[in-house]
Design a protein around this ligand. Structure first.
Ligand SMILES: NC(=O)c1ccc[n+]([C@@H]2O[C@H](COP(=O)([O-])OP(=O)(O)OC[C@H]3O[C@@H](n4cnc5c(N)ncnc54)[C@H](OP(=O)(O)O)[C@@H]3O)[C@@H](O)[C@H]2O)c1
Length: 290
């Protein structure tokens, strides 16, 4: 007897995590509906080794303008929703995307009575003061109050974002806040994708998740220097300098201020999830050096 393939709508499909999630869903024989802004970009490989979506997606929804293009029919026949949609490097107000567009998906998911809505958020969002943290926290609150079974996956940090530390190490010096003793559990996109896809039948829940190793910021820097083949040089940025950087960034633009806060708060708050996955950071840094 042939089993009906379950349909999963993925928002944030062209992002680092979204691409890995789609690859995993495809492997598991789910029917994948991907919402993208740009088909050409979607079918090319993503940044930081994330896969091209060519051949992995069954149904495309083109939404070049975000919110305006998310139509009532977007959710037709959908069993599960996964959203990794959020502003990282894009020029947009996180409130408009992380909160409002995700809320639009949630409204449609409620109307369509989907079986679950999985959202990739961020750890410590409730405590963060950046626009990104506030928008994410507001959406997570709306999601947990929804009649749709809510699944919230909070990662600590991605290998993709640590690429910048490797780039600094290659140039011979890495910067960090204080002693660099904050503890993180960074995770590879493929491991996070596996974690998310295995949640689909897990019912409601909130999970703080990380990669297979808990590392201090200093450990991460040392791994980056080792992969770059350079002598480690860690430059500690004193707290008053960081405070001055936030003050300056706030006056450049709200976006610059928010990104600076998000970055600095991430460097001074432990962000430790349950250890998961098999990809190590040293292997990832080594792959960058090839
Ligand atoms: N990086 C970290 O260490 C970290 C840690 C924890 C949580 N997170 C969160 O995890 C989520 C996924 O991260 P990621 O690295 O996969 O991010 P990403 O690569 O930037 O992907 C974000 C997705 O959101 C879409 N998006 C962003 N701005 C948009 C806009 N203005 N209009 C329409 N679509 C927009 C992007 O579309 P385009 O591809 O078309 O731009 C992309 O599909 C984000 O919410 C991020 O904040 C990140």
């Amino acid at each position: 007897m042939t089993q009906t393939r379950r349909r999963v709508l993925v928002a944030g499909a062209t992002g680092y995590v979204g691409r890995h999630i789609i690859a995993r869903l495809h492997e598991e024989n789910f029917l994948v509906r991907a919402v993208v802004r740009d088909m050409k970009r979607a079918t090319r490989p993503g940044r930081f080794g994330a896969p091209a979506l060519d051949g992995l997606v069954d149904e495309w929804v083109l939404a070049p303008d975000g919110l305006d293009d998310v139509r009532d029919t977007t959710m037709d026949g959908v069993d599960h929703v996964i959203s990794t949609l959020g502003v990282t490097r894009q020029k947009a107000d996180p409130w408009d995307i992380d909160f409002l567009v995700n809320l639009r998906y949630l409204e449609l998911a409620e109307q369509a009575r989907v079986s679950s809505f999985l959202y990739v958020g961020v750890m410590n969002a409730a405590r963060g003061t950046s626009a990104v943290s506030r928008a994410k926290h507001a959406f997570m609150t709306a999601l947990t109050r929804s009649p749709v079974p809510a699944q919230i996956v909070n990662p600590s940090g991605y290998f993709s974002d640590l690429t910048e530390i490797y780039d600094l190490a290659r140039r011979g010096v890495a910067l960090g806040l204080g002693d660099g003793d904050v503890v993180l559990t960074p995770i590879h996109g493929a491991d996070l994708a596996d974690f998310c896809v295995t949640r689909l039948d897990a019912g409601r829940g909130t999970w703080d998740v990380g990669g297979p190793e808990a590392l201090t910021y200093r450990d991460i820097v040392l791994r980056a220097f080792a992969a770059a083949g350079r002598k480690p040089r860690y430059m500690s940025v004193p707290r008053p300098v960081a405070t001055a950087a936030v003050w300056t960034a706030d006056r450049i633009s709200p976006r610059t201020g928010s990104l600076t806060r998000f970055f600095l708060e991430g460097m001074e708050t432990d962000s430790v999830g349950s250890l998961y996955g098999t990809h190590t950071l040293s292997e990832y840094f080594a792959s960058l050096s090839r």
